[in-house]
Design a protein around this ligand. Structure first.
Ligand SMILES: [Zn+2]
Ligand SMILES: [Zn+2]
Length: 225
């Protein structure tokens, strides 16, 4: 199979390598769609993200969708949980102390033709979903969870910090979850053109600030919060 491995800053190389073999409680997936998220971009431009430094040529790519050997189409949760730590047992698997994230740290991701995943991480896709839709479910899920945590209600003015693959769904969901909402603020937006188009479609006014160039404004926002 073909794979793409990141060797260092700006250094991606294509490989021909054997297909992975699915282990116990795993399935082999033919990858059909994989996202390029902020983790990828940091890895590509800086060779690291947070505490995860690039220690070997890594196959990046976390959010993805594909086809199982029996032909079923699935979206894939790239977070592999241990299921037995304190947090998993208390019903907070998102805080798992032993979490493994595909495409991050030591664990290869989905920028390849075949990958194996734990069966519990596979979710069947309805026919109406494309594979790209399936790959977007993971960032959409984060945005939905954020809306729950933020307790967004009608009439609130919402500020979204960041206008990337999480921020944009968050922008749309903020609008959908607050019927009277007509004003949204997006901070640190790299994709201001897309955000302005979405604002136009939803008939909302979107104010975009690049706070990376204006620390006084950032202080003001946090004081406001
Ligand atoms: Zn990702
Ligand atoms: Zn755990």
């Amino acid at each position: 199979m073909k794979s793409v491995r990141l060797h260092g800053t700006g250094d991606l190389r294509i490989y021909d390598e054997p297909n992975p073999i699915a282990g116990d409680r795993e399935k082999l997936i033919r990858v059909k769609a994989v996202g390029i998220c902020g983790s990828h971009l940091h890895g590509f431009s800086e060779g690291e993200i947070g505490d995860a430094k690039l220690e070997r040529p890594l196959i990046s790519g976390c959010e993805c969708a594909g086809i199982m050997e029996d032909g079923r189409r699935v979206a894939i949760d790239p977070a592999f949980l241990c299921g037995h730590c304190e947090f998993c047992e208390r019903g907070y698997p998102n805080l798992c102390a032993n979490i493994i994230f595909a495409g991050h740290g030591k664990h290869d991701g989905a920028s390849r033709e075949y990958a194996s995943y734990p069966t519990r991480c596979l979710f069947p896709l309805p026919d109406s979903f494309t594979h790209a839709d399936g790959a977007m479910l993971e960032p959409l899920d984060i945005a939905i969870h954020t809306i729950y945590l933020g307790k967004i209600k009608a009439g609130m003015i919402v500020s979204v910090f960041g206008g990337g693959p999480i921020g944009i769904p968050l922008l749309i969901l903020s609008f959908l979850s607050a019927a009277l909402q007509r004003q949204l603020t997006v901070l640190f937006a790299r994709h201001s053109r897309i955000i302005n188009i979405i604002g136009g479609l939803l008939l909302i006014s979107v104010a975009i600030y690049d706070l990376s160039k204006n620390w006084d404004l950032l202080r003001l926002f946090f004081k406001g919060i």
